[in-house]
Ligand binder design. Structure first.
Ligand code: AMP
Length: 403
């Protein structure tokens, strides 16, 4: 079979959910998208969209294996499915949170690969255990089908050691691999790769790119000649930018102080920093930028402060990465906020003329959705782009390349 005629099933497992897309590699478009939700919880269900056909099945899904079986049933549903038989699925690509230091790229899944993932599970237990469960379920239900693991971390494996090390006693790295890993790698890889293609096509410089993935989770990456040299998330996704519900950078000494003041345990305090902080914690309103911008427009001071803090942190990291790259050729926005929230783009870009950025606010405010758009004025030395991300497509492409 021609590789282009293949259909790749992309799986993204969370602790109680399993998102999936079936991607037709001839068009690189999803022919079906769905999610199994509330796995292991009362009220579990599957929701699938396939063109204009929608399918919802409420069924008890105790495990990821149950969810995987049901999604196959939904994909081959006579009236609302996308394929006639599961034989039409050529391969499965699994999104996996953490590669540790063991993988520098995507890999075909073998028993050995699963063992290494299990060894690395303590680096991100919630996601990793879900990812491993999902891989095992898929292998059980579809034995012999080629499967590939695509990691969130491997795009960042090119960072130099002085960038990824934390300045704690060296044996914390040697014995327990304590270091910066970075996340959102599939997104940073996709958008930087697409930006390079685009910039080449218009004859523009493309060696030094800063990718701003701004969604509920948010991170920046500094990309030199297509390779990541630094990124803002760290040992876990908690480091770096102010996010929807994550604090981002904070003095670690606050942790003990907050614990003493509140009586929370260490895991409760980490939950507080991961789930109750960020723009949600500051505004006291919402983690969603639609709610925040609406509240700020009505004069809510804490919503305004949350947006100010979010924007300021992105701007600081852009300055840091421009320094790390020795200048910048392109700054690009992606993710739910980067692609859709014009006030964030224009506030981040304010005052960056010293870097060679001449930002065109009007272009940004009127940018059409879902496509690559240039946002700079003609005199600008730096290209500023919106470039919609597509993490599932990266996973499908990597899977196709390896099978
Ligand atoms: P993500 O995690 O990439 O899905 O991004 C989620 C964030 O993007 C939320 O804060 C949303 O408010 C924001 N977002 C997504 N779509 C829109 C939109 N059309 N308008 C405004 N904000 C949006």
């Amino acid at each position: 079979m021609d590789k282009k005629d293949m259909k790749i099933l992309v799986l993204n497992a969370g602790s109680s959910s399993l998102k999936y897309q079936l991607i037709d590699m001839a068009t690189e478009k999803a022919v079906a998208k769905g999610v199994c939700d509330r796995i292991g919880i009362d009220g579990s269900l599957i929701e699938q969209k396939c063109g204009d056909k929608e399918l919802v099945i409420k069924e008890n899904l105790a495990t990821h294996t149950d969810a995987f079986k049901l999604l196959l049933k939904a994909l081959v549903d006579k009236d609302k499915g996308a394929i006639k038989s599961i034989d039409e699925i050529s391969a499965v690509g699994h999104r996996v949170l953490h590669s540790g230091e063991d993988f520098k790229g995507s890999v075909v899944i073998t028993d050995e690969v699963i063992k290494i993932c299990e060894k690395n599970a303590p680096l991100g237990p919630l996601h990793m255990n879900a990812n491993i469960n999902c891989i095992k379920s898929a292998m059980k239900v579809l034995p012999g089908k080629p499967m590939v693991a695509v990691f969130d971390t491997t795009f960042h494996s090119t960072m130099p050691k002085y960038a990824y090390m934390y300045a704690v006693p060296y044996d914390a790295y040697e014995n327990w691999q304590v270091r910066k890993y970075g996340f959102h790698g599939t997104s940073h890889k996709f958008v930087s790769g697409e930006a390079i293609k685009y910039l080449k096509s218009i004859g523009a410089p493309h060696a030094r790119i800063i990718t701003c993935h701004l969604g509920n989770g948010a991170s920046l990456a500094a990309v030199k000649d297509g390779k990541c040299i630094d990124t803002s998330m760290g040992f876990t996704p908690l480091e770096g930018l102010v996010m929807g519900t994550r604090s981002g950078d904070i003095d670690p000494a606050c942790v003990e102080y907050i614990m003493n003041k509140t009586g929370m345990s260490i895991s409760e305090t980490l939950n507080y920093l991961n789930k109750k902080s960020g723009v949600l914690g500051i505004s006291g309103i919402s983690s969603d930028f639609r709610d925040l911008t609406a509240a700020a427009e009505q004069g809510n001071e804490r919503a305004k402060l949350a947006i100010d803090m979010f924007v300021y942190r992105v701007k600081k990291y852009i300055g840091a990465y421009a320094a790390a790259l020795g200048g910048v050729d392109c700054i690009l926005f992606t993710g739910g906020i980067g692609e859709n929230v014009k006030i964030v783009r224009s506030r981040v870009m304010e005052g960056l003329e010293y870097l060679g950025v001449e930002f065109d606010k009007e272009k940004s405010d009127n940018a059409p959705r879902g496509q690559t758009v240039e946002l700079q004025k003609p005199a600008s030395k730096v290209k500023v782009l919106i470039l919609p991300t597509n993490e599932e497509l990266v996973i499908a492409r990597e899977t196709l390349a390896l099978i």
